[in-house]
Design a protein around this ligand. Structure first.
Ligand code: SAM
Ligand code: SF4
Length: 336
């Protein structure tokens, strides 16, 4: 069992930040092609370059042993990976035994098949991405997605007892008029809503500068309708949470383009190829796959110490004509 072992070093970076949150991208593949995330034609990794379920589970054990208390499974679309439920069960066994929480971020299209199994595996909260409630607009943003599959998935999640937070990327001129309706809809459904600023990650064939909508603007406009109070809850990332007067739905604002969360960043990311990125906004990484395949877990440990030394003080995102995309990796590779 991978309970944090007091004889082993907890993960602390050069600036003294304790790393306790790991995001694992379990696949780079997806059944949608959201315009801000992927290009229409994507080349995905060959299977042998992707970590097996067993390899991901072993690495998760190791990280829990070194003090990771929260794991989020993401992608790509995690529910398109065939063996995802086995992985959830494997990692879920550690909940209460070193791991506080296992969560998942999904586009929801396959949730109706998996919601109960996710709950059985120990997941209690999921994030579901939904940028519009309008079927045509949803199909436009996702380049062909069918919103009905997401609605079915959300019903299944409710029936399974999963708490749902809707992730909505705020896009100027695309869905900015839907932010208030989305907040009301989430409130009615018993969901929370998190708004995300678009980040310059990977070529998508679209100009993100045109659609960048600073959430400071959105918050100011919401304040003309509601009293909004910041909640003390923090997750060590770029999200701030707010209570909205008169609504049950909590509102999250993810403002990755600002730097003021970097000082208490507690997270690291593992790609489906076993690369560890210490910051979404930097290219520095270490590659665990070859070490694991050639030397087993003992060969991986020194690489983790090297990764900790790579964690930068802050990210480098900037939206600007010359700088887009700031980082060549797609979000679907590093895991959102
Ligand atoms: N496929 C799943 C989904 O869509 O929820 C999980 C992976 S997706 C990469 C995770 C989150 O990243 C989603 O909420 C998505 O909207 C967000 N995302 C993707 N590309 C982004 C970008 N360039 N800027 C901001 N958010 C992005
Ligand atoms: Fe797929 Fe999620 Fe990226 Fe959309 S945001 S293309 S659903 S990985």
């Amino acid at each position: 069992m991978a309970i944090a072992d007091p004889s082993r070093k907890l993960m602390t970076d050069a600036l003294g930040r304790r790393i306790s949150y790991l995001r694992i991208s379990v696949t780079d593949r997806c059944d949608l092609r959201c315009r801000y995330c992927m290009a229409e034609r994507m080349t995905f990794l060959p299977k042998n370059q992707v970590l097996t379920l067993e390899e991901i589970a072993l690495l998760a054990d190791l990280f829990i042993g070194r003090g990771v208390r929260k794991i989020r499974l993401t992608g790509g679309e995690p529910l398109v990976r065939r063996d995802i439920i086995d992985l959830v069960r494997r990692i879920g066994r550690h909940i209460g035994q070193g791991l506080d929480e296992l969560t998942l971020t999904t586009n929801g299209t396959r949730l109706s098949d998996h919601a109960h199994a996710l709950h059985d595996g120990g997941i209690r909260r999921i994030n579901v991405s939904l940028d519009s409630l309008d079927p045509d607009r949803f199909a436009h943003v996702t380049r062909g997605g069918d919103i009905r599959s997401v609605f079915h998935g959300l019903e299944a999640a409710k029936a399974a007892g999963l708490a749902v937070k809707i992730n909505m990327v705020a896009l100027k001129g695309v869905n900015d008029d839907e932010i208030l309706p989305m907040l009301h809809w989430c409130d009615k459904q018993g969901f929370d809503l998190t708004l995300i600023e678009t980040m310059p990650l990977g070529e998508t064939g679209e100009d993100r500068t045109d659609h960048y909508l600073p959430l400071t603007q959105v918050a100011a406009s919401l304040r003309t309708h509601y009293a909004i109070t910041q909640l003390p809850q923090r997750t060590g990332g770029p999200a701030r949470y707010y209570a909205v007067d008169g609504l049950r739905a909590r509102l999250g604002l993810i403002t990755p383009m600002t730097h003021n969360f970097c000082a208490d960043c507690n997270r690291m990311r593992m790609t489906c190829e076993g690369k560890i990125f210490m910051c979404l906004g930097h290219d520095d990484h270490v590659d665990l796959k070859a070490a694991l395949r050639e030397g087993g877990l003992a060969a991986v440990e020194p690489l983790i110490d090297r990764a900790l030394r790579l964690k930068p003080a802050r990210h480098d995102f900037q939206i600007g004509q010359d700088l887009d995309p700031a980082i060549r990796r797609h979000m679907s590779v590093t895991g959102g």
